[in-house]
Design a protein around this ligand. Structure first.
Ligand SMILES: Cc1cc2nc3c(=O)[nH]c(=O)nc-3n(C[C@H](O)[C@H](O)[C@H](O)COP(=O)(O)O)c2cc1C
Length: 191
């Protein structure tokens, strides 16, 4: 069983990365092979709605000149997927949505290979917009037949400058519980 966490922040070592690292630590403690994928140093162009994925039907996107496919391969291999994004003007970042739009469209053109994967969103903001962004990302998970474990709160946290998120004890605990619940579900599926 393998889990990946994708960080859609353009900042390295930022709050979203830190909270995802915390989630990955919990998954690893539970014996789940885990990888954190950072998008800050990757170019993932937005979907151009060419529809070629529906013609190709080979689990690829027509745009081959960026960093999308190595990330898509990791998503395809993973049993669990966590998507983390900072809130930008009440929404997920364009790095996050570019990846999800293309991955989702390619999946749906290929017998929905996201179906049954376990996971969910994690969202960080300075002050507001977490719930909207959390809901925005939930739409991706539910329309793609994915399975979302709960936690003791929604997976949101507060922080502005790098590292501040680690002071949000409730946010950190919520995400740790979410990661533990992913691991528990993976282990039940393995039985
Ligand atoms: C362009 C931009 C837009 C932002 N919009 C919001 C917002 O709508 N609400 C909010 O509370 N914080 C907003 N923030 C603050 C970030 O969400 C916050 O600094 C977050 O911790 C960044 O996460 P990161 O360190 O993972 O990049 C914005 C930051 C930027 C750069």
């Amino acid at each position: 069983m393998k889990a990946i966490a994708v960080c859609g922040s353009p900042r390295v070592n930022g709050n979203t990365q830190m909270i995802l690292e915390t989630a990955c630590d919990v998954l690893k403690e539970q014996g789940v092979e885990t990888e954190l994928i950072l998008l800050y140093n990757k170019l993932i162009k937005p979907c151009i709605a060419c529809g070629k994925c529906k013609e190709l039907r080979d689990r690829t996107c027509s745009m081959k000149d960026d960093d999308f496919h190595p990330v898509l391969e990791k998503i395809i291999e993973a049993d669990a997927l966590i998507v983390g994004s900072p809130v930008y003007f009440g929404s997920a970042t364009s790095q996050t949505t570019s990846l999800l739009h293309r991955a989702g469209y390619v999946a749906r053109a290929n017998d929905n290979f996201l179906r049954g994967k376990i996971g969910g969103p994690v969202v960080v903001a300075r002050r507001a917009g977490q719930n909207f962004t959390y809901a925005q990302l939930l739409f991706f998970f539910t329309i793609n037949e994915m399975v979302i474990p709960g936690s003791t709160y929604w997976n949101i946290a507060f922080g502005r400058n790098k590292g501040e998120v680690m002071d949000d004890e409730e946010g950190i605990e919520t995400v740790k519980t979410f990661a533990k619940n992913i691991a528990d579900l993976l282990s039940k599926l393995k039985q």
